[in-house]
Design a protein around this ligand. Structure first.
Ligand code: CA
Length: 256
C-alpha cells in the first residue's frame, strides 16, 4: 500500500492533455479531482449525475472516466455497463466501501481499476495515467510517435471475433460487447497462446499487471468466460487446477 511517488515524469504514450470525465455527486470531491488532474495537465469535465454524464459521453468519448459508484440516479453496475456499451474507455471506479471484497466487486462490475475513498488525489492521477498507458494501443489516436504497434489485427475462434485494439468482442450472431482494459489484455494473451496452459503469473505479467490482488485474474477470467458463454457450447476457457487457464479453441489471427 505504499506508493513511493505516484507521479513521475511525463509519458509520451498517453499523449498531451487527455480528456477525463469525472462523474461524482459530491461537489467537494469533484472539485478536488478536477483541480488535481488539471494540475497534471489533464483536461477534465465534471458531471454530478449518471444521466448528465451519459449525455456528455454521447457527445464526446473521453480518454478515461472516473466514476463514483454511489450516484443518486443510477446503480453503479448499470452505469458501467452503459458506458461499456459505448466503447472501450478505461473506467476507474471510486467507492466509499472499503472492504477487499468491494475492490474485487469493482472489477467484477467491469471497471478497469478501483479506488476506495478517502484517497490521495495524486494516487488517482497515477492510476489514470497507468490506465491510459495500458489503453494506449486501443485508443489509436493520431499521436504519431508511439504508434509503432502491430497493425490492426483480430482473432477468429469458434465463430467469435475479438479485436484487441478496440476491445471489441463479437459473438457468432454478430452481437458486440466491449471488454475492460484488463479483460482485453488477458483474452489477448489467451488467444495468442491457444491450447496452452497459461499460469496466473504469466497472465498477471501480460494482462493484469495492476497492483490489485492476484485474485483479479480469476475475476477477469470469470467475466471473460461469461461473455464467451453461449447456451449451446461448452466453455472455451478451461481452468487447469494448480496451473492456470487454457483457451481450448483454435484461433486464427487476421490482419485487418
Ligand atoms: Ca456518491
Amino acid at each position: 500500500m505504499n506508493h513511493p511517488d505516484p507521479i513521475q515524469g511525463t509519458d509520451a504514450a498517453i499523449g498531451a492533455d487527455p480528456l477525463v470525465f469525472i462523474i461524482e455527486d459530491e461537489a467537494e470531491i469533484r472539485a478536488l479531482l478536477a483541480q488535481t488532474l488539471s494540475a497534471y495537465r489533464f483536461r477534465t469535465e465534471v458531471f454530478a449525475t449518471a444521466d448528465a454524464a451519459l449525455i456528455g459521453i454521447g457527445q464526446c468519448m473521453p480518454a478515461a472516466i472516473i466514476l463514483d459508484l454511489g450516484l443518486p440516479d443510477m446503480d453503479g453496475m448499470e452505469m458501467i455497463n452503459r458506458i461499456r456499451a459505448r466503447g472501450p474507455v478505461p473506467i476507474l471506479v471510486l467507492s466509499a466501501r472499503a472492504h477487499a471484497s468491494d475492490r474485487i466487486m469493482g472489477l467484477e462490475f467491469g471497471a478497469d481499476d478501483y479506488v476506495v475513498k478517502p484517497f490521495d488525489p495524486r494516487e488517482i492521477v497515477a492510476r489514470v495515467r497507468s490506465l491510459l498507458r495500458r489503453a494506449a494501443p486501443a485508443a489509436a489516436t493520431g499521436s504519431s510517435e508511439s504508434g509503432e504497434r502491430a497493425p490492426r489485427e483480430f482473432a477468429r475462434f469458434e465463430n467469435w471475433r475479438f479485436e484487441p485494439q478496440s476491445h471489441r468482442l463479437v459473438d457468432p450472431d454478430g452481437e458486440e460487447t466491449f471488454l475492460s482494459t484488463g479483460e482485453a489484455a488477458i483474452l489477448t494473451a489467451l488467444l495468442k497462446a491457444p491450447r496452452r496452459v497459461l499460469s496466473r503469473d504469466y497472465l498477471l505479467e501480460h494482462g493484469g499487471r495492476d497492483d490489485t490482488l492476484d485474485r483479479a485474474i480469476d475475476v477477469r477470467i470469470s467475466r471473460i468466460r461469461k461473455k464467451l458463454t453461449r447456451p449451446d457450447t461448452p466453455t472455451l476457457i478451461r481452468t487447469v487446477y494448480g496451473s492456470g487457464y487454457m483457451l481450448t479453441a483454435q484461433v486464427e489471427w487476421v490482419s485487418g
